[in-house]
Design a protein around this ligand. Structure first.
Ligand SMILES: [Zn+2]
Length: 190
């Protein structure tokens, strides 16, 4: 395998608990799979919610399946647009003390005291991928994107699991900065 990693842009999205899903969409509601994502078992949903901040609101899709905690992943541009302050750059699941917002669905709303983050750029890979690329779980690497506006991203965290598939995830701000449109690949720079 060459040092060639698919780079995908994660649009803003929301992860919800089963409890929050019922408040937003009604008792007994389950998520509707719209599109499978690159990571096995993960899917974009038909369900959209409104993310409200002090200065505005934006729509975001829910990604399934449901999770143990509510989490909103915005670009820092999105966060600024709706006026949510203190949005840290974090790995998924690390939400203590992160940004606050209100989630609104067709049947109700939920106030999140924390949970709004800008996702730290990362590469999902299997143990076999890690061995071939010579990296390990939680290692921080640089990745060069070969695009019309090439960019080397520093501080990219490697995440290794046999439940993953090889793909790097960046947010829309990062994607726009690098013109990472269409099918884009990156390589780890040692
Ligand atoms: Zn990811």
């Amino acid at each position: 395998m060459a040092n060639k990693i698919l780079v995908e842009t994660s649009a803003r999205h929301v992860h919800v608990t089963a409890e929050t899903l019922e408040i937003l969409f009604g008792k007994g509601h389950t998520l509707t799979n719209k599109k499978d994502l690159s990571q096995p078992g993960q899917f974009a949903c038909e369900e959209k919610v409104t993310v409200k901040g002090p200065k505005g609101a934006i729509k975001a899709s829910i990604l399934g399946p449901t999770r143990p905690a509510d989490q909103v992943e915005l670009s820092l541009t999105d966060a600024r647009t709706i006026g949510v302050a203190n949005v840290p750059v974090r790995e998924s699941g690390d939400i203590a003390g992160s940004g606050a917002c209100i989630l609104e669905g067709p049947c109700g709303s939920v106030e999140l005291k924390e949970g709004v983050i800008a996702a730290k750029r990362h590469i999902h890979m299997t143990p076999a991928d890690a061995a071939e690329l010579g990296v390990s779980d939680k290692e921080i690497v640089c990745v060069k994107l070969e695009t019309a506006r090439p960019l080397i991203f520093d501080d990219v965290v490697v995440r290794v699991s046999d439940k993953f598939a090889l793909a790097m995830h960046i947010d829309t701000d990062e994607s726009n900065a690098a013109c990472a449109f269409g099918t884009v690949y990156g390589s780890i720079v040692k």
